[in-house]
Write a protein that binds this ligand. Structure first.
Ligand code: XBP
Ligand code: MG
Length: 252
C-alpha cells in the first residue's frame, strides 16, 4: 500500500497529440528546406515512431534506406531546424492539450502532489508546449522537466524516469507515470512505476500488457464516456479518469 506523492507525465501523445500534425510536419519542413526529397507521410511516421527521439528516428530512416546517408552533425543540424519549425507550429496554437490533462494537473497541483515531466523530446520543444498549451505558470509548477539528451538512453530505457525520481527524491512506489506508447510503458515499467496509458491513433494497437489502466483518453465531465481498454485494478466510475482513480491504483 503506497501513497500517491508524485505524477510523472510523458509529453508527446500524452499531454497533447503532437506527433502527426506537429513533429511530423516540422520534420518535413526541415527536409524540404534542406533540399531533401524525403517526406514522412502519416503512415510512414507511424512506423518510425517505434524509434524514440527525433535524431535517432532520422538515423533509423537512413539505415533502412529512406533517407540519404549523412554524418551525425548534419542530422543534428536538420533536427535543430525541425525544432524551430515545431516551435512555430505550437506557438500558433495548432495542437491543443488532450482532454482531462489540465483538469488532472490542476487538481494534483492543488493537493500538493509533486508533478514532473519525463520525455524523450528536446527541451526546446517541451518549453514551447508548456508556454503555449499549458501556460507559463507551469514552468514553476512542474518540479522537474526531464527531457531529451539529458540521459544517454531514451525510452524504452528507464533512464529518464530514474533521472526524474532522483531529482525529486521520490520512490518508485509513490510515483505514477502517465504514458501513451508502448515504448513509454516499457520505460515506466522498467523504472518500477505504475502507469496509466492514454492511447491515440498511433499507439492504440501497441502492447501495454501489465499496465494499470489503459483508456482512450483521460476524459472530462460532459464529454462522451471514455473507452476502457485495460482495468487491472477493477476501478469503477470510469466515465472519465479522476485523481481518486490514480490514488486507488497506488494503494492496490
Ligand atoms: C516522443 C518522441 C520524440 C518526439 C520528437 O517523446 O519520441 O522524439 O517524437 O521529439 P515522448 P524530438 O512521448 O517521450 O514525449 O524531435 O524533440 O526528439
Ligand atoms: Mg509519448
Amino acid at each position: 500500500m503506497a501513497e500517491l506523492k508524485c505524477i510523472l507525465w510523458d509529453v508527446d501523445g500524452t499531454l497533447a497529440d503532437t506527433e502527426r500534425d506537429g513533429h511530423r510536419v516540422a520534420f518535413n519542413m526541415a527536409f524540404e528546406e534542406a533540399g531533401l526529397d524525403r517526406r514522412w507521410d502519416v503512415e510512414t511516421y507511424g512506423e518510425l515512431l517505434k524509434v524514440t527521439g527525433g535524431k535517432e528516428r532520422m538515423q533509423f530512416d537512413i539505415e533502412r534506406g529512406g533517407m540519404p546517408d549523412m554524418p551525425f552533425e548534419k542530422i543534428a543540424e536538420l533536427h535543430a531546424r525541425k525544432t524551430i519549425h515545431y516551435q512555430s507550429l505550437i506557438a500558433d496554437g495548432l495542437i491543443p492539450l488532450r482532454a482531462g490533462v489540465l483538469r488532472l494537473l490542476e487538481e494534483a497541483y492543488a493537493e500538493g502532489i509533486t508533478l514532473g515531466i519525463s520525455t524523450t523530446t528536446t527541451p526546446a520543444a517541451l518549453d514551447v508546449l508548456i508556454e503555449h498549451s499549458l501556460g507559463k505558470e507551469w514552468f514553476d509548477r512542474f518540479a522537474v522537466l526531464a527531457a531529451g539528451d539529458i540521459v544517454p538512453a531514451k525510452k524504452p530505457a528507464p533512464d529518464i524516469y530514474e533521472y526524474a525520481m532522483k531529482e525529486l527524491d521520490v520512490a518508485p512506489e509513490n510515483t505514477l507515470a502517465l504514458e501513451d506508447s508502448g515504448n513509454g510503458w516499457l520505460s515506466a515499467q522498467a523504472a518500477g512505476l505504475k502507469c496509466v496509458i492514454t492511447v491515440n491513433e498511433y499507439t492504440a494497437n501497441q502492447d501495454f500488457d501489465g499496465a494499470d489502466l489503459i483508456v482512450s483518453e483521460l476524459g472530462d465531465a460532459g464529454r462522451e464516456p471514455i473507452q476502457i481498454l485495460g482495468n487491472k485494478h477493477s476501478l469503477d466510475q470510469l466515465e472519465y479518469v479522476t485523481l481518486s482513480h490514480f490514488k486507488a491504483i497506488m494503494v492496490d
